[in-house]
Ligand binder design. Sequence first.
Ligand code: PLP
Length: 389
Amino acid sequence: MSDFIPLSVPNFGEREADAAREAVASGWVSTSGARVAEFETAIADYVGMPRAVATNAGSSALHLAAMAAGIGPGDEVIVPTLTFIAAVNPLTRYVGAEPVFIGCDDSLCIDPDAVEDFCANHCALRDGKLYNAKTGARVKALGVVHVFGNMADMPRLLDIARRYGLTLIEDATEALGTHYTAGPLAGKFAGTMGDIGCYSFNGNKIITTGAGGMLVSNHADWAAHAKHLSTQAKADVLQFLHDEVGYNYRMTNVQATLGLVQLDRLEGFIDHKKARYDQYVAGLDGKHGLRILPFRDESQGVRPNRWFYSLYLGGSGLRRDDVIARLQEQGIQTRPVWALIHEQADYPKNEAYGLDKALDYRRNIVNLPCSTDLTEEACQRVIDAVLAL
Ligand SMILES: *Cc1c(COP(=O)(O)O)cnc(C)c1O
């Protein structure tokens, strides 16, 4: 049997090994050490922000974002239903708030039409604040996820957030490197356009530190508050005085050392993602009723990072779980898109709107292998296996 082709694995080589060895040899293996601040500066420079705050995960960055934004008990947050659970729990239940779920558009990101419809027709705006007509709760924020590295429709979502007094939180955990190349937001990176944004360096993301995250904000005091909360809210380090409940959400020096090398390789990874994406499109799009879902790309003024590729089975007669099982038998790892969050056990009573496309994409998407070391030959094996289904 030929080699196993994994879905998405870290791409570490000699440079990462050398960096880890250097960090270990230096003795700076925990949360002190110069590399964390260096990595924060490097990410901030890359995405064009004044500062970034390193964390031990994307999930903790999102939790800090919710706290920095002042989301709390009784508040509601508009979030996508087609996303990973960590885009929702940290912005809502971690801080005592409740989600209102919204479906997606054809980018798989939250549908601006459905968000607008919810705000205009299911809420009331009083003194610049939005209240849910059904629950009476304050709708405080809008969580936007740049799904699979696709850019959400930021001009419209920013406009909606402004008109309805919503804090906009960007989950750019899958979209490091995705940015506008033209239009009113030209040069702006995913994660940097709303009030506050988060990145992840988990093992499956486009660059990885094993585990880790980063937060940026257009409010300097929010970024400072997030840093404070991530370091146990120490007001006086020597005397162990803490001025609020904080967390240990810090990144280690070893992780940051890896991150610096990975960030240096990011543009190369993005080129690689595009080459394999183009190969999948050439091999599969339009064949046997199959589609490779598009990204918002240069034709729409966006440079996407193309983190995850979506095979859409809608017109093919193939069934998602059969495809996944039959490819697995041939040593090819794929996966379905996430189960919709409004259908998850913890959210039975929450409102959900505009779901048609999310339901369809949930049923019909299989994510194909997309590691940044996926060879042309391995990609062709996946294409041939799919065509033979
Ligand atoms: C990966 C991911 C997260 C969480 O990041 P971790 O670093 O794994 O905690 C949050 N939201 C989305 C959409 C993700 O894909």
